[in-house]
Design a protein around this ligand. Structure first.
Ligand code: GLN
Length: 304
């Protein structure tokens, strides 16, 4: 049995001493206020043991990490029909790239880039009775934690500056790949991105993907095969044009967000969440990636 706490402590100290800490995602003005020195790691094993170091209980904006939860909700609502609206290929481009949309007739490359996530938001809007409330309840249910919430100032802040997302949504609309209005879809999308969680809450919320679809309360939210598919999409698309690098360095399915969070998991074994707001040039947490590389190297627990 490995001493996970000692390994996390060691990784934390090493990362804290790194000089290059990346830069905050200030294109969403509200995120620019976050203290860059925050850094936390949390590990949850499938047998229920938990380990944490640093700011692993502090709330932060999960941003694109929410795309995985939105996708899983859409899959549980409409199943395979999701794939008529969005593809499953890595894009090799930044998260907010628009060019491929035009070439591919309004079918986004995958559900984890912005254009794909906007289509998923449209699906949820069409199929949920009270979309924002129902989606929040879904996330709370997955994590077994009713304190999880939207941050309305972050959602509004992104609404004011989210020009590229408006451009993506308008392009999708022009290709008839949105059923609802651009404003309604983006209002939902900005809210889902604004959800705040801590590393320890994220590890709980993502447990179902390491646990064949069954959440903290053992309720089946996805089939085993759907959970497998989402993990495959995270592995190939979770880090945009750095997905190859993440697989190469870390070797786990995972997802990042511009709030500086990363969640990664080893099916049947564990979920690990990191948070450090400093991002690298591709919009992924610099210290988070470093910590995860260290974790799978030291423990030898990756999918490879
Ligand atoms: N809400 C952000 C956006 O759409 C999410 C991006 C991200 O976390 N990579 O730009």
């Amino acid at each position: 049995m490995q001493n996970f706490q000692a390994i996390l402590d060691e990784i934390y100290i090493d990362a804290k001493n790194t000089i290059e800490k990346g830069s905050i995602a200030s294109y969403i003005p509200e995120l620019a206020h976050v203290d860059k020195t925050n850094f936390g790691i949390h590990l949850r094993t499938l047998n229920g043991s938990e380990y944490g170091v640093g700011n692993f209980e502090t709330l932060f904006s999960i941003q694109s990490i929410s795309k995985v939860l939105a996708l899983s909700k859409a899959m549980s609502l409409i199943g395979e029909a999701v794939w008529k609206r969005v593809d499953v290929e890595p894009s090799g481009h930044p998260f907010n790239q628009l060019a491929l949309l035009e070439i591919e007739n309004g079918i986004p490359r995958n559900p984890l880039i912005n254009s794909g996530a906007i289509v998923i938001a449209d699906i949820l809007l069409s199929h949920l009775k009270n979309p924002k409330e129902d989606f929040l309840n879904y996330v709370r249910d997955l994590a077994g934690d009713d304190s999880i919430n939207y941050n309305k100032s972050v959602a509004n802040s992104e609404k004011v500056t989210g020009f590229k997302n408006y451009a993506a949504a308008n392009l999708l609309k022009s290709f008839n790949n949105l059923e609802n209005t651009v404003d309604d879809v983006l209002d939902f999308y900005f809210h889902q991105c604004s959800i705040e969680m801590s590393c320890s809450q994220l590890s709980k919320a993502f447990l179902f993907l390491a646990n064949k679809g069954g959440c903290m309360k053992n309720t089946a939210h996805l089939t085993e095969s759907q959970a497998k598919r989402i993990n495959a999409i995270m592995l190939t698309c979770g880090f945009y044009d750095e997905a190859g690098e993440f697989a190469f360095e870390v070797g786990l399915p995972g997802k990042s967000g511009v709030g500086g969070g990363i969640v990664a998991l080893l099916p049947d074994h564990y979920i690990i969440s990191t948070w450090s707001p400093g991002l690298n040039k591709k919009g992924n947490s610099l210290l988070g990636m470093q910590a995860l590389e260290q974790f799978t190297t030291k423990t030898k627990l990756s999918i490879f």
